[in-house]
Design a protein around this ligand. Structure first.
Ligand SMILES: *[C@@H]1O[C@H](CO)[C@@H](O)[C@H](O)[C@H]1NC(C)=O
Ligand SMILES: *[C@@H]1O[C@H](CO)[C@@H](O)[C@H](O)[C@H]1NC(C)=O
Ligand SMILES: *[C@@H]1O[C@H](CO)[C@@H](O)[C@H](O)[C@H]1NC(C)=O
Ligand SMILES: *[C@@H]1O[C@H](CO)[C@@H](O)[C@H](O)[C@H]1NC(C)=O
Length: 291
């Protein structure tokens, strides 16, 4: 406690505060000067330009991400380890960065000093943003006719995007989103997103729906179709159900026809004295008993 009142301690503290203040002000100034914005795509490449004056001799050029050395040049030829996905072009004074991924997002700067100078040149921050396009969303539909209430669960999926996003539904009429999921791929740090919508088709009206992620839209999908298998626009699920039903009905009809035919044949076949089938069996029993 006593040390807090020590004037020397106080002065040190004060000057530290001042230093921190000056440093934050300084970094605020340099950050506001970060007018250069670069964009890249995951897997793609981007080129940084370093403002090197052609009429001066370079002593060193350090291209850095924050304080981390990325690549560059030193007149002595000695350099720290460089990033594998970068190339320096000393003619154009550019740094090419390829195989971009999300981890490359950040602020970069060129630290430049010319031969015979004692101070480094003012730095200009270059902000790199890396994005990835989401795939065109695809729709999967599962319909059911449980309890005579025709309803469908529609799943919309899109993958490989960055940054995170959301599925948007375009469904005329009422629907309910029952699940939204957002999965990050540990290798690429891109996202797979999906959404499941529940559509009640009880009113039997045809609904056309689609989903979108950002400005990428899925195909249109007809849903809640009237149960008419002749309509070629019908969703495959309903058509399949209708075809199956038709098939079952025709098989049953055929069986029934065959059965009737057999019955008629049976009726004609038995010798005189035999009566209806049920009685015939009784007769046989009787016959067996009597014999
Ligand atoms: C990503 O989307 C943008 C804008 O739609 C397009 O210009 C770019 O070519 C797409 N990139 C890829 C890799 O498809
Ligand atoms: C949504 O679906 C995902 C993937 O199928 C699952 O992991 C998640 O638990 C579900 N969330 C809810 C709230 O049901
Ligand atoms: C994301 O989707 C892609 C393509 O469907 C798949 O290969 C990958 O395993 C998925 N990743 C995650 C984390 O679900
Ligand atoms: C669908 O809507 C009908 C009529 O509006 C209602 O009777 C039925 O319970 C609903 N079904 C479900 C699963 O919500």
């Amino acid at each position: 406690m006593a040390s807090l009142c020590n004037p020397h301690f106080l002065i040190t503290r004060l000057s530290l505060h001042l230093l921190v203040l000056i440093m934050t002000r300084h970094s605020a100034v340099t950050e506001s000067a970060a007018s250069i914005q670069l964009r890249g795509e995951v897997g793609g490449e981007v080129t940084f330009h370093c403002p090197v004056e052609k009429n001066q001799t370079l002593e060193f050029l350090y291209f850095q991400k924050g304080d981390t050395f990325v690549n560059g040049y030193h007149v002595s030829g000695n350099l720290p380890p460089t990033w594998e996905n970068t190339r320096v072009d000393l003619d154009k004074m550019t740094i090419l960065m390829y195989n971009l991924n999300v981890s490359h997002i950040g602020d970069y700067k060129c630290v430049i000093r010319y031969s015979g100078k004692t101070r480094v040149e003012p730095e200009i921050l270059q902000h790199l943003n890396v994005t990835a396009n989401y795939s065109r969303p695809t729709l999967k539909v599962h319909c059911s006719d449980a309890n005579h209430h025709f309803s469908c669960l529609v799943t919309c999926t899109s993958h490989g995007g960055y940054p995170g996003s959301k599925v948007t539904w375009q469904i005329p009429g009422s629907f309910k989103v029952v699940n939204n999921s957002n999965m990050s791929d540990p290798d690429t740090t891109t996202f797979n997103i999906s959404s499941i919508a529940f559509v009640n088709c009880s009113d039997g009206k045809l609904t056309s729906l689609n989903c979108s992620v950002g400005d990428v839209i899925s195909e249109m999908f007809p849903l809640c179709k009237p149960k008419d298998p002749r309509d070629p626009r019908g969703p495959p699920v309903i058509t399949t159900v209708a075809i199956c039903a038709a098939l079952v009905v025709s098989i049953m009809a055929a069986l029934l026809g065959w059965w009737c035919h057999c019955k008629k044949g049976q009726r004609r076949e038995p010798p005189a004295g035999r009566q209806e089938n049920g009685f015939g069996e009784e007769e046989t029993g009787l016959n067996e008993e009597s014999s």
